[in-house]
Design a protein around this ligand. Structure first.
Ligand code: 5RP
Length: 241
């Protein structure tokens, strides 16, 4: 049997890991921690697992089945909203961060609904990104993922187009319709450049058939950004944790 050589960590991966490590330092004994989804959040899960092995006591509420499986495999104790209605600190990735407002686009990993529920229940919502994700205006690099119910997908799609979106249905790597943890579909909506993300979030949310959008407006308390110069924290450095 030939041994599988792990692929070397790329520079971007190193930056993601640095941001994750910095945010995980915020975790304190006894906290309930929201556990994000995606490649950057996976570095945070690894750092959380290490701190747990070192003796820190905390419990996680995961934002996806994928993150739940990873956290469980690494020995992180999990809890649920049935037991804990409030989360002390959530650490999650993002696809774009608007540098002046810290508004976000999330959901390229497909977990936006649970991520937004977890963010809304969190006293502190910390975002971890590499420098590539910082933008002057949301929508410049990535589409806005919109989770929709399967029934009536076509009229929902048309309503999103009426808002100016170029709509693409999300597919799995096998080319089949992508199905979220909630059993829904995702329509990726290109808006080029979004001048009023709060207005857009509200208008998308009013469309019948839309479950949630990947616009996270006014939710991030701090953003840890890592690049070749190191890690910096944006937002209110004195925000309560
Ligand atoms: C998943 C997300 C992720 O946080 C986002 O897609 C960033 O992922 P990555 O760290 O892999 O770039 O919103 O729904």
């Amino acid at each position: 049997m030939s041994a599988v050589t792990p692929s070397p960590e790329t520079e971007r991966d190193a930056h993601k890991r640095m941001a994750a490590e910095a945010a995980v330092k915020l975790v304190e004994d006894g906290m309930v921690v929201g556990v994000g989804t995606g490649s950057t959040a996976t570095f945070a899960i690894e750092a959380l697992a290490r701190r747990h092995r070192e003796g820190l006591r905390f419990m996680g509420i995961p934002t996806s089945e994928r993150s739940a499986a990873r956290a469980t495999a690494l020995g992180i104790p999990l809890t649920s909203f049935a037991v804990h209605r409030q989360i002390d600190l959530t650490i999650d990735g993002a696809d774009e961060v608007e540098r002046d407002t810290l508004n976000l686009i999330k959901g390229l990993g497909g977990a936006l609904l649970r991520e937004k529920i977890v963010a809304a229940a969190s006293r502190h919502f910390a975002i971890i990104v590499d420098g590539v994700k910082l933008v002057d205006r949301l929508g410049s690099r990535v589409p806005v993922p919109v989770e929709v119910v399967e029934f009536g997908l076509e009229p929902t799609w048309a309503a999103l187009e009426a808002l100016g979106a170029t709509v693409r249905p999300r597919l799995s790597p096998e080319g089949k319709p992508f199905i979220t943890d909630g059993g829904n579909r995702i329509l990726d909506c290109g808006f080029a450049s979004i001048s009023d993300p709060g207005w857009l979030e509200e208008r998308i949310g009013r469309i019948v058939g839309v479950v949630e959008s990947g616009l996270f407006i006014g939710r991030a308390d701090s953003v840890f950004v890592a690049d070749a110069a190191g890690v910096r924290r944006l937002g209110n450095p004195h925000a309560a944790i």
